[in-house]
Design a protein around this ligand. Sequence first.
Ligand SMILES: NC(=O)c1ccc[n+]([C@@H]2O[C@H](COP(=O)([O-])OP(=O)(O)OC[C@H]3O[C@@H](n4cnc5c(N)ncnc54)[C@H](O)[C@@H]3O)[C@@H](O)[C@H]2O)c1
Length: 323
Amino acid sequence: MDWSGQRVLVTGGAGFLGANLCHALAGRGAKVTALDGFLFGGGANPTNLDGADVELVRGDIRDIDLRPLCEGAAVIFNLAAQTSHMGGQADPLADIAVNAVAQVRLIQAAREAAPDAIVVHASTRQFYGRVEKLPVDESQPVAPPDANGVSKFAGEQYWMLEHRVRQRPVVSLRLTNCYGPRLRIRDARQTFLGIWIRCVLEDKPFEVWGGEQLRDLTYVDDVTNAFLAAAETPSCHGGIYNIGGSPPASLHDLAELMVRLSGGKAHYTTREFPADRARIDIGSYHADDSAFRAASGWRPMTGLEEGIAKTLDWYRPRLKDYL
Ligand SMILES: NC(=O)c1ccc[n+]([C@@H]2O[C@H](COP(=O)([O-])OP(=O)(O)OC[C@H]3O[C@@H](n4cnc5c(N)ncnc54)[C@H](O)[C@@H]3O)[C@@H](O)[C@H]2O)c1
């Protein structure tokens, strides 16, 4: 696909994954509009879009008129979401307002203003819940462990309905934990890795909760490439795909890797999961993403060690912008 001159809307475009995608699209010559409501506690950061030729619209998908933003879009990358699991538990109505109700607003606006636009929706592995069989493919039953999983599943399903009933080309990517430049590292609100990275860079100890859980982390450039490939590959349209990353590693393995990459300076303690988190924890997860690999030719290119090293290097000169 030639992105040059294509109008593209990225919702959640000032957040972690959205901003990285905006940089990639602008670099390919697309005319990018990033819509972001800078939600409290989310990953939005004004500096995330520094250096990218992108129009930033500050607005909330719950109430902004979405039609002018959709007008003429060839592709809509839909990443805006309430992403906090604890936040969703604390206020499920606010969570569903963004992740499900506002998705229907966007669907309706796109029907009027961008009837032919391809939509790539950012979905999540979260709603598989605690799985019994690893790796997890798309046939795994959905059993959301928390309110955020319910709302994200609803949002995805509204988009897939739009494909089935109105033939809109929609692809849903069920992402695993992603990491890399532009991740929120101020605190633990955007994965445990955010706060680990901050602690390593500030020479402070970080906490590992549990430690045996397996994760397959995706480096952000690989996520960006998956979004682009999903839009570019017509045979993917109408599909739901798991996206994995590096081979599974336990949290302890990952913590040891952080220590090694810090030259032995970083250190951590291991503790039990806090009770409120344990209730919604999904245990171990790693994806079977062979369906997306086969359909699109995509595969993750960045190994864990390389990805963590690149991430730490990226933040060192920019740390103050992310605290
Ligand atoms: N990062 C991951 O590991 C991961 C894993 C699974 C799924 N996802 C999905 O990927 C997408 C992007 O996640 P992210 O990690 O970049 O999170 P993020 O918080 O950095 O980005 C989401 C962005 O959406 C914006 N937003 C939220 N509600 C909005 C609203 N009502 N109106 C306008 N903007 C709003 C936020 O301000 C934020 O900038 C989300 O849909 C998330 O569910 C991410």
